[in-house]
Design a protein around this ligand. Sequence first.
Ligand SMILES: CC(C)(COP(=O)(O)OP(=O)(O)OC[C@H]1O[C@@H](n2cnc3c(N)ncnc32)[C@H](O)[C@@H]1OP(=O)(O)O)[C@@H](O)C(=O)NCCC(=O)NCCS
Length: 171
Amino acid sequence: MKVMGTTHTGVVELHLTVRDMEEADLPDLACFYSRLGLEKMPAELERARRGVVDHLVVCTPSGLLVAKGGVNYDEKPEAGVIWTLSVRAELRSLGIGTVLIGAAEDRIRARGLPRAEIGVEENNPRALALYERLGYVAYGSEPASWDDEAEDGTVQLYETTCTLLRKDLRS
Ligand SMILES: CC(C)(COP(=O)(O)OP(=O)(O)OC[C@H]1O[C@@H](n2cnc3c(N)ncnc32)[C@H](O)[C@@H]1OP(=O)(O)O)[C@@H](O)C(=O)NCCC(=O)NCCS
C-alpha cells in the first residue's frame, strides 16, 4: 500500500553574484517593471555608464536574475541613495535583499562616500524593519510621487510619503 502525505525537506546553499545590469538583461527583468518603468531603463543604463547611478542585478549560478536595485549618487551630497530594490516575489525572505543591499553599500564605499541612504514608503513596514535591522536609522520623512501605470495602461501620478533612513558606512 502506498503511504501518502510524507514530505521530504532539504537545504541548499546558493551562491549569488551581484553585477551591473546590462541592456541584454532587460527582457528577463520584465517581471520587475511596469511597461513605463521598462521603457525608461535604456536611459537609466546610459546614466549608469556615465557613473551617475549604479543599476545592479542578483544572479544565480545559472544566470537567473532574482533581484535588482540601484544606487543614485546624484541625489544627496556625501551619500549614495539605494533605491528600486526588488526581489522576485516567490524568493523573498531568504536573504537575497540583504545580499543586494550589502553589494550596494560596497559600491558606495568604493566611491569614498561615508553614507548610504534609503527611502521607504510609510506603508511598507516589512522593508523598513529590514533596513533598521541592517543598521539604517530613520531621520525624517518627505513626500514622493511617480507615474504609476494601471493594468488597463492608464498612467496616474502616485503620491506617497517616504521615511528617510541613513547608515554611516565608515564604522
Ligand atoms: C524589501 C525586499 C527588497 C527585501 O528583500 P528580501 O530578499 O525579501 O529580504 P531578506 O530576505 O534579506 O530579509 C527580509 C526577511 O527575510 C528574513 N531572512 C533574511 N535572511 C534569511 C535567511 N537566510 N533565511 C530565512 N529568512 C531570512 C529576514 O529576517 C526578514 O524577515 P522579515 O520579513 O520578518 O523582516 C523584498 O521583500 C521586496 O522586493 N519587496 C517588494 C518591493 C519593495 O518593497 N521594495 C522596497 C522598496 S523601499
